[in-house]
Write a protein that binds this ligand. Structure first.
Ligand code: PMP
Length: 276
């Protein structure tokens, strides 16, 4: 089914939607984005995604394309226009399209670019991967130093995932100084000694909205949590491992670099957190 997408103030059939070749998002990855999942036609954790979008815009001094209420209305309109039941809304803000390609942005006379589109993901709530778990392969983390800003600079994470696929795994875990930073598009977790462990927040990882929700659910369920980094070896020897993101919720990791984690099948903590 052809989608209706939003581009710079207009709703258009996807084939008619165009952005300028001078758009700084296209030329320089000078853009930030959010992905909000949709379940039963409703936005999940939208307040968190909006707050992080605001933070990303502020961190890069990017002009805002719309106020909070307008952005919420656009997200809801994207869902409604596409009769989306299960899937996600992608929202991207760029520093706009100046008349010339130049590293310097001319100034606020160039309006920011705004794109929203939807993507259907049947089985989002309980897909095959959630039941079977995934295998990850580790790669060095070669990204830039401000991974807390959600930019569209996704060359390395997408390449890392392709490298992992080439090795027969489903996704990549990135490693820096011997410690796991995060997955290609998710936060990484283990269960070690009965405690849930995930790296603390900083400029070296993205502050996942699902991560925050899972921490809240774990606290409410009185599960012990430690925010600290862990090594690949600790993860391979852990009872369980899993990843979290808006479009996967809690997804068990059952193999790391070919070695089974725990029993080699999804474990009870990941299952419980996913249910919560
Ligand atoms: N880390 C990275 C690098 C990501 O791309 C994502 C997905 N946006 C996440 C973590 C998870 O964030 P969220 O739970 O907000 O989707």
């Amino acid at each position: 089914m052809s989608r209706i997408v939003h581009v710079n103030g207009e709703w258009l059939p996807e084939a008619e939607a165009k952005v300028s070749v001078f758009d700084r998002g296209f030329l320089m990855a000078d853009a930030v984005y959010e992905v909000t999942s949709v379940l039963d036609g409703r936005l999940v954790d939208f307040a968190g995604h909006l707050a992080r979008l605001r933070r990303s815009l502020a961190a890069l001094d990017l002009p805002s394309p719309a106020g909070d209420d307008a952005l919420l209305a656009l997200h809801r309109e994207a869902v409604a226009r596409n009769a989306l039941d299960e899937g996600m809304v992608y929202c991207q803000v760029t520093r706009g399209a100046p008349a010339e390609r130049d590293f310097l942005w001319p100034g606020p006379e160039v309006p920011p670019g705004l794109v929203l589109f939807t993507q259907e993901k049947p089985g989002l709530a309980l897909g095959a991967q959630a039941r079977a778990g995934i295998a990850v392969a580790t790669v060095p983390d070669l990204r830039w130093g401000r991974r807390d800003i959600k930019t569209v600079q996704l060359l390395y994470p997408s390449w890392a995932k392709m490298i992992a696929k080439g090795q027969g795994a489903d996704d990549a875990w990135m490693v820096e100084e011997g410690l796991v930073t995060e997955g290609s598009s998710n936060n990484a977790w283990i269960v070690a000694g009965g405690r849930i462990v995930t790296r603390g927040l900083g400029e070296d990882i993205l502050a996942g909205i699902t991560r925050a929700t899972v921490l809240r659910c774990a606290a409410e369920a009185q599960l012990a949590v430690e925010e600290r980094p862990f090594t690949v070896e600790e993860a391979q020897g852990a009872e369980e491992a899993f990843v979290t993101s808006a479009t996967t919720f809690v997804l068990p990791v059952v193999r790391i670099d070919g070695r089974p984690v725990g029993s080699g099948a999804p474990g009870p903590v990941a299952r419980r957190l996913r249910e919560l």
